[in-house]
Ligand binder design. Structure first.
Ligand SMILES: *Cc1c(COP(=O)(O)O)cnc(C)c1O
Length: 375
């Protein structure tokens, strides 16, 4: 069986006459107890919930080869809650973390400002340096994000896993851009795979949710404890909505990636567009590694217009590309990334996330907007 079949089957409830094919969300803060409360599984809604269990089983199918039966998953109230649970589970005062310079700004802030103040040392490297064991020496945790956000840098997960394990470090991969259908960090050697499911996993731009996957029972117990104690849980409704969007994830990713590939090629040929960043372009620095480790190149690309004015005019002139932050939704969106001041990007840099529209319509619209931006 292939993943696309498995994920559809994984969202069905157990075959029992009269029961619905797909179970609905279970809203509960407390559950009936018996004399052996430990073994009922469900006691209080912050520790466990049947809708989480359904979702975690389905996500596990995507995270590991052959249906991921040996993979443990824990769902969280946001991608950042999942990130925080990994840091809380792995790090102790005095530990050091190695992470890429180009990581997601939220993770950079949490590591640098919060954990830095608690006595954790954070060393940042260029993505290309992450594969060198000498640079990882002394690290308790190695953090990788690939493709990175918003620079679209590609890191060879298998090579970093080898380097990290050689120095006794735990490797965590932020897989939010690719999703576990697009790339399976655990099968490439990572110890922890983290995903903000608010992006392409959900795909409908209406949820904030995230998850962690691991094959290591100790790490799974530690992240589970973090979730229960700190309380960064997902509501049953959100968990159920994510479960509901998983069977069509493969269709969405396929179409979004195809649209992104066509748009990247199209943009590369336009005057006034510099430096189109998309891992599916043969000219991209990380193309060969991306080809090897990713199943889909994903919905996100970056490109640079002459200056801030050109980028603002471009976004204002687009009719089919909606100005919005984040990525991975069914509708094509874009933003001038520099407006936030989070990332070291040129003033004219635009991050675009391709949706499910017809690619011809999108390219026509982008062409007229590029013309308007240079007038
Ligand atoms: C969005 C994102 C996060 C944070 O996830 P939330 O669901 O917004 O909390 C973390 N890492 C990456 C790479 C992201 O894109």
């Amino acid at each position: 069986m292939r993943d696309t079949t498995r994920i559809v089957r994984a969202t069905l409830s157990a075959a029992k006459a009269g029961e619905p094919l797909h179970s609905g969300p279970v809203f509960a803060s407390k559950f009936h107890l018996n004399e052996d409360a430990e073994n009922t599984g469900y006691t209080y809604g912050r520790s466990a919930n049947p809708t989480w269990t359904d979702l975690e089983r389905a996500v596990g199918v995507l995270e590991g080869r052959e249906g991921g039966a040996d993979v443990g998953v824990r769902v969280f109230g946001s991608g950042m809650a999942a990130v925080a649970a990994v840091l809380g589970a792995v790090l102790r005062v005095g530990d050091s973390v190695v992470a890429p310079k180009g990581m997601y700004f939220g993770v950079r802030h949490l590591l640098g400002e919060v954990y830095g103040a608690w006595g954790i040392t954070v060393r940042t490297l260029d993505a290309a340096e992450m594969v060198d064991p000498a640079k990882l020496q002394g690290a308790r945790l190695v953090w990788v994000e690939t493709p990175s956000n918003p620079h679209m840098e590609i890191t060879d997960i298998a090579m970093v896993a080898e380097a990290a394990h050689a120095v006794g470090a735990v490797l965590a991969v932020d897989n939010s851009s690719a999703t576990p259908l697009g790339q399976r960090p655990l099968d490439l050697g990572a110890d922890l795979s983290i995903c903000s499911d608010s992006k392409a996993m959900c795909g409908h731009s209406d949820l904030i949710i995230g998850h962690i996957a691991t094959r290591d029972a100790h790490l799974l117990a530690a992240v589970d404890r973090e979730r229960t104690i700190r309380g960064g849980i997902a509501g049953p409704m959100e968990a159920w909505l994510l479960l509901r969007s998983l069977p069509e994830l493969s269709l969405r990713l396929q179409r979004m990636s195809a649209n992104a590939g066509l748009m990247a090629q199209f943009l590369s040929k336009q005057d006034g567009v510099a430096e189109v960043l998309y891992p599916g372009l043969k000219t991209h620095l990380g193309y060969e590694v991306a080809e090897r480790q990713m199943r889909y190149f994903g919905p996100v690309l970056g490109f640079t217009l002459e200056n801030r004015r050109a980028a603002d005019r471009f976004l204002a002139a687009c009719r089919l590309v909606t100005e919005a932050t984040s990525f991975g939704g069914v509708a094509t969106t874009a933003e001038r990334r520099g407006r936030w001041g989070h990332d070291a990007v040129p003033e004219g840099f635009i991050r675009m996330s391709l949706g499910l529209e017809d690619s011809e319509d999108l390219m026509q619209d982008v062409l007229q907007a590029l013309r308007a931006s240079s007038e």
